[in-house]
Design a protein. Structure first.
Length: 110
């Protein structure tokens, strides 16, 4: 059985000594912020090398572009499609770095 972890987003990214730490957060059902909204609380940390992080960032950008393409399709017809991203090769990562970043509306995390 595969273990899955849910996250509402990345709360913090820290780079120390060539190691990247991604802190994933989710909104608490009980903890509230100063405005009374659900507070984003730490759930899980992923630690990886700089090289691994850069390759992961390229894959995430590729997935974001695929999602944006789906969103640009007719909004009248529901889209039920699975997006699968193949493993990136170094050439894919280089080509991805040359593409402009998509415009994505982001929800801020504390």
């Amino acid at each position: 059985m595969n273990q899955e972890i849910f996250s509402d987003g990345v709360g913090q990214v820290t780079v120390i000594g060539g190691v990247v730490r991604l802190d994933f957060v989710s909104y608490s059902p009980v903890e509230k912020d100063a405005k009374g909204q659900p507070a984003a609380v730490f759930r899980q940390r992923v630690v990886m090398s700089l090289d691994g992080f850069l390759q992961s960032a390229a894959k995430i950008q590729e997935a974001a572009q695929a999602v944006l393409k789906l969103a640009q399709r007719s909004r009248d017809a529901p889209v039920s499609s699975s997006i699968e991203i193949a493993a990136a090769t170094p050439a894919d990562v280089s080509a991805q770095a040359e593409r402009p970043a998509p415009t994505v509306q982001k929800r801020p995390f504390p």
